[in-house]
Ligand binder design. Sequence first.
Ligand code: AHN
Ligand code: ZN
Length: 335
Amino acid sequence: MLRSLVAITTLLLAIVACKNDPKPPTPAPPALPKATTLSPAPTFNADSAYTYVKKQVDFGPRVPNTTAHKKCGAWIAQTFRRHGLTVIEQSFKAPHYKGGEMNGVNIIAQYKPEAKQRVILAAHWDSRFMADQDKINPDKPVDGADDGASGVGVLLEIARLLKDNPMELGVDLICFDVEDQGNDSDDAQQDNSRTWCLGAQHWSENLHTANYYAQYGILLDMVGAANPNFEKEGVSMQAAPNIVNKVWNIANVLGYGNAFVSTRGAGITDDHFFVITKANIPMIDIINRPGVTPSGFVAHWHTHNDKMSAIDKNTLKMVGQTCIQVLSNTAAGTF
Ligand code: AHN
Ligand code: ZN
């Protein structure tokens, strides 16, 4: 009733405007967004997620072709299996831009592999072989507590929740490998697909099952630092604005509006870009861009400060609770 009154009034005003004014009529106000309802959802445990982050970091830097990488990958796969998921370890080889070959493994943990309706949550599990942004020790590999392990920690906690809180939805928790071994100067040459995100590119060209499709995907990248600024990342907004807006709405209803801000951010070449362009699956990126460095990323990005002390449980909670709420709403048909 109120809305039709508003519509009629707007129409009348538009007619009046036409008569007296050569300017085009004012456009109708945008439709009110559908109110976001929260379906019942499990409680994300940030202490548990934090423990999963620390466990990865304790293996040492997860650089391809190292023992730490091999052991951590096996532990991630085993932990998903322990939570009842069906795990595929997709091995591949990828060239390093400095020469040699990297042995990569994408870890695909399937919840209800038989379900038709599917959603992807993803992160990268490798850590960078050099700390190119570090002033003291740029040649040593980074711990990657935030850049890598934080996202995987959230995925592992979500696996634990799915085991104890079954839902009518297929979920694929995908840990991409060899995201972070790229050449920084590729960015300047505008060709960062050559050396970055190699695991996601491999998966997107070699899907783990025939005719695989997911309704949408959410990538988690650097989701562990205090006071995050999750802008609506540019590539995500171009490919899947509705998914971004719905996820951000849910985060806001949960009370995380300070982190999930409404600003549209720059586009980032990240794993989601290749899932979108090569696998044709709409995927969005939740990535922290506080804008405190020229890169726009966090100050500890690709430095030795990206260690456990950079991880804040509050941020893991905000991201994890938002993700499990998004899954619960999707399963309930309210997303
Ligand atoms: C580039 O710097 C090309 N992409 C950022 C993706 C990234 C690196 N995420 C974490 N580390
Ligand atoms: Zn990185």
